[in-house]
Design a protein around this ligand. Structure first.
Ligand SMILES: [Zn+2]
Length: 334
């Protein structure tokens, strides 16, 4: 991976995906750039980062291994202000409206301002309405010679087959634990090695998720508060369940990281109960872990972990937040 970083210096922030970068750079070298690409892969694996890097490469003015990262065009791309790189925005209703596509496609037919190419990036391309996709199709059928469209999506099958057939589909694999661990070492050196390893294992190959988890686990306040709230819940005083439900709702923006943290905390409790204190990750929370453990049997802890995993799955499928929290409380309340 370090070799990849050196080779693709203008892509500095890309972790992994050496095969994709290599293919794009080879296409560039042999002047075989397609008019449309679909970057497909799971959330947070680096599709958008590579799309920006690719746009940078296509608009860089250096002859020697673009993107050079230092020419005026590269600096403008990095600042998000290159006039020949257009990015489609999601509408308020979380869909890409036909008006937005029409505005962008009109722009595409205006010659590039300075670069040899004009690049359009469509993040969340599957959020295009059918009408939007049809509007885009016209440009894909007769693209100006200099145009390159990059559609970024978690799910290419949500796109019309007529769009799919006119684009090169580039598949982004989930990242390996080794690459995620490298990323965490570079960006979160304050985390303990045990925390970093744990995140690399549970983030599902997504740098985006690893970053979220790292930011959460890196914050002592967040972990201490979350643990205190859980301890209060298990003290079973009047109102403690309602208070805990309110706490979870307040954390709705970070709920995935919070539930992951609780999963780790329950795992620590299991080790603690087994007398394997050296396996506990949150060593600074031992006192609280011990007090919660006193109220829980081993199988209750396992039931709680199962409840947390189910809740995370439901939230990922956009099930009602309230209902998910209610079910979670039932699973924890043993
Ligand atoms: Zn450059």
């Amino acid at each position: 991976m370090l070799k990849d970083l050196k080779k693709y210096k203008g892509f500095l922030t890309v972790y992994g995906h050496g095969n994709v970068l290599n293919a794009l750079q080879t296409a560039m070298k042999h002047d075989k750039i397609s008019h449309a690409y679909i970057f497909e892969g799971n959330k947070g694996v680096g599709k958008s980062t590579v799309a920006s890097g690719f746009a940078k490469m296509l608009t860089c003015t250096s002859e020697d291994q673009p993107p050079c990262g230092v020419c005026k065009a590269c600096l403008m791309s990095a600042a998000g202000s290159h006039p020949d790189i257009l990015t489609v925005r999601l509408g308020e209703e979380k869909s890409i409206k036909v008006e937005e596509i029409r505005t962008i496609t009109k722009e595409v037919y205006l010659k590039p301002y300075g670069a040899k190419r004009k690049v359009v990036i469509i993040p969340d391309a599957d959020k295009m309405t059918e009408q939007s996709q049809n509007a885009l199709l016209k440009t894909l059928e007769e693209p100006p010679s200099y145009a390159v469209l990059i559609l970024v999506t978690q799910n290419a099958s949500a796109l019309l087959s007529t769009i799919l057939s006119r684009a090169v589909v580039v598949r982004f694999a989930d990242l390996s634990e080794r690459i995620i661990a490298h990323y965490l070492e570079d960006h979160f050196d304050t985390l303990t090695p045990a925390h970093r390893q744990l995140i690399a294992t549970i983030c599902g190959g997504s740098i985006g998720r690893a970053k979220e988890l790292a930011q959460t686990l890196d914050g002592d306040d967040f972990r201490h508060e979350a643990t205190a709230q859980l301890a209060a819940f298990y003290q079973n005083q009047v109102g403690s369940h309602a208070d805990f439900a309110i706490y979870l709702k307040k954390q709705s923006d970070f709920i995935d990281s919070l539930l992951t943290f609780y999963t780790v905390l329950f795992r620590d409790m299991l080790y603690y109960k087994e007398g394997l204190k050296d396996k506990v990750i949150n060593t600074d929370l031992l006192e609280k872990i011990s007090s919660i453990c006193e109220q829980l049997a081993g199988r209750s802890i396992i039931k709680a972990v199962e409840g947390l995993l189910v809740a995370q799955k439901r939230l990922a499928m956009h099930t009602s937040f309230e209902i998910t929290v209610e079910n979670l409380l039932l699973a924890l309340n043993i």
